[in-house]
Design a protein around this ligand. Structure first.
Ligand code: ADP
Ligand code: MG
Length: 563
């Protein structure tokens, strides 16, 4: 084929492909427009997974009658006017591409009424051209209806998934914006059924109840006031007891724009380090505000990724805010929470969440309880041992059951970590050097982390073919399984994890001094409890499992029917 310029219609369909990938992209663009128009109420209606119908109604500013047709021209926008404006964008839209892109791949009509105008305007756009235009009454705001999405673009239609999958993506978009804008009331109707509805009263927790349900909501912790340089982090994070197996429970809003960010996901993951079981992911809804001039939002056609001018600063601010919230607020699991969070689901305590009023009340209460609990353990008096595995102790407020093995892991973990940070690792020389054979893969990991292992007290010298001579190990492992610890470390992937933390965990886990099923003398139990009291985070073992369960005096009174 000779080179030639494509016809206009084809050009606009190609360009539309960048913005409108699937029905959820249309919903995202239209919801963003409604938010930019200052709407306090946004209703979204969807049929056929978005291919038959998408309708969005808002009560925002509307579009002036003489500008409505213009809004469908490519690069027509009311949001920026100069190159300088690009440097600090405060609106969600600015590229002037959404309406023309949608019009290129669907039938679209709009009914809008701007403040100060006597009547509204209706326009129907077919194949990118205005086909009907008339005056029509409407309260202030805009209704946009999109029909037959991708009918003219079979190539795109082919890649759509099932109606329920597309609806799932749409529900996610609306949910995310409902979380980002608690002050806006959202309603979503999928195939005629109301799927989501937020009150718009300005409280994030209401949105979390609606989007993630009561169970997660009652375990959310609020990030306290902080203002790290220019970066401010607000929102809520899940206590470690509500971890999830997928990463889909992380939401980030940069200056109220919903974005994907691997950098921030990593910052959150790091903050939870040592608090979550392996392969579990946290729940978090975080709004980050920073000067618009320090974020470039113009790096992605759908604006779903951004670039920070001071990446490190944002990373640190997020990690710190999350970590501090966790340290200050992680509650000792109480009996009810334990039943829900850690034990066999069939043994869950029954909780009556029947009415919405109860829901809200219960959520409020959970926070009341979670907040005042601090990190430190009170001084405990050891009463005895249960099943050779748990230490039973009394505190100022009731009974504590301590998992002796988990508690000991926490103690050793913190001791080793502290010794390492002071450069005072206690080392145990082996009576004679022990040859330690490793695989080629393990050898690459050993080579890249050799120094860290040495810093923790392992002495490993090359000794011929993939064999190393071990002359010393960390003192904490002397009665334990040091080969197990080394193998575990060398089998883990050598990724960017914090190796010092990883080594400390592995050493604690293989130190072996206190196991479950081992009877302890009173003296040993007292020593263990004293050591646990001194740790920074006594409530979880380094893997994130609880070290203790608290049964408060008031709970005991309640259980015994004493009021
Ligand atoms: P952008 O949002 O990037 O400006 P769009 O194509 O999404 O581009 O919209 C074009 C223009 O139409 C917007 O700049 C805005 O002025 C107007 N507009 C679109 N949707 C709405 C709405 N729901 N309410 C008020 N104005 C709107
Ligand atoms: Mg827009």
């Amino acid at each position: 084929m000779p080179i030639r310029i494509l016809d206009k219609k084809l050009i606009s369909q190609i360009a539309a492909g960048e913005v409108v990938e699937r029905p959820a992209s249309v919903v995202k663009e239209l919801v963003e427009n409604a938010l930019d128009a200052g709407a306090g109420q946004i209703a979204v209606e969807v049929r056929g997974g978005g291919t038959s119908l998408i309708r969005i109604m808002d009560n925002g500013n509307g579009i002036a009658s003489d500008e409505v047709a213009l809004a469908f021209e490519r690069y027509a926008t009311s949001k920026i006017g100069s190159v300088a404006d690009l440097g600090s964008i405060a609106t969600l839209g600015f590229r002037g591409e959404a309406l023309p892109s949608i019009a290129a791949v669907a039938q679209i009509d709009i009914l809008t009424s701007a403040a100060g105008e006597a009547t509204g305007t209706y326009i129907s756009v077919q194949e990118g051209k205005v086909s009907v235009r008339k005056s029509q009454a409407r309260p202030r705001g805009t209704t946009i209806t999109v029909r037959d999405l991708f009918r003219s673009v079979p190539a795109r239609r082919k890649f759509l998934k099932s109606v329920s999958t597309e609806n799932g993506h749409i529900a996610n978009v609306v949910s995310q914006y409902a979380l980002a804008y608690p002050g806006v009331s959202f309603a979503l109707f999928l195939e005629g059924r109301k799927t989501l509805g937020t009150a718009g009263k300005g409280r994030l927790i209401d949105g979390i109840v609606e989007v993630y349900g009561v169970e997660i909501a009652r375990h959310m912790l609020e990030i306290p006031e902080n203002d790290e340089a220019q970066v401010k982090v607000t929102g809520m994070i899940g206590s470690p007891s509500v971890s999830r197996s997928g990463r889909n429970y992380l939401s980030f809003f940069i200056n109220r724009r919903w974005v994907n960010s691997r950098l921030l996901a990593w910052a959150v993951q790091e903050a939870y380090h040592g608090l979550l079981p392996q392969r579990k992911h946290p729940v978090a809804v975080l709004a980050i505000s920073l000067p618009p001039s320090e974020v470039d939002v113009n790096i992605h056609p759908t604006k779903s990724e951004v670039k920070f001018q001071y990446e490190r600063q944002v990373f640190t601010a997020v990690q710190k805010a999350v970590r501090q919230t966790l340290i200050a607020q992680t509650p000792v699991p109480r009996i009810e929470e334990v039943a829900v969070g850690y034990s066999n689901p069939s043994q869950q305590v029954e909780i009556d969440w029947s009415s919405a009023a109860v829901n809200r009340g219960a959520v409020g209460q959970a926070f009341e309880v979670a907040r005042p609990l601090t990190v430190a353990l009170p001084v405990l008096r050891v009463l005895g041992q249960l099943m050779s595995s748990y230490v039973v102790a009394e505190g100022p407020d009731g009974l504590y059951l301590i998992d002796q093995h988990a508690a000991h892991e926490r103690v050793v973990f913190e001791q080793v970590r502290e010794q390492r940070s002071k450069g005072e690792i206690e080392v145990q020389g082996l009576l004679e050097p022990v040859p330690f054979e490793i695989t080629p893969l393990q050898e690459t990991i050993l080579k890249s982390h050799h120094q860290e292992l040495v810093d923790f007290g392992f002495s490993l010298e090359p000794f011929g073919d993939r064999t190393y001579l071990v002359r010393s190990v960390p003192q904490a492992l002397s009665g334990g399984d040091w080969t197990g610890a080394l193998r575990e470390l060398l089998d883990s992937d050598g990724g960017a994890d914090d190796w010092a933390e990883k080594i400390a965990i592995s050493v604690a886990c293989h130190s072996g001094a206190v196991r479950a099923g081992q009877s302890l003398s009173d003296e040993e139990m007292r020593a263990l409890v004293r050591q646990l009291e001194k740790t920074v985070m006594p409530h979880t073992c380094p893997h994130g499992r609880p070290t203790l369960i608290h049964l408060s005096s008031s709970q005991l009174r309640r259980e015994f029917g004493r009021g």
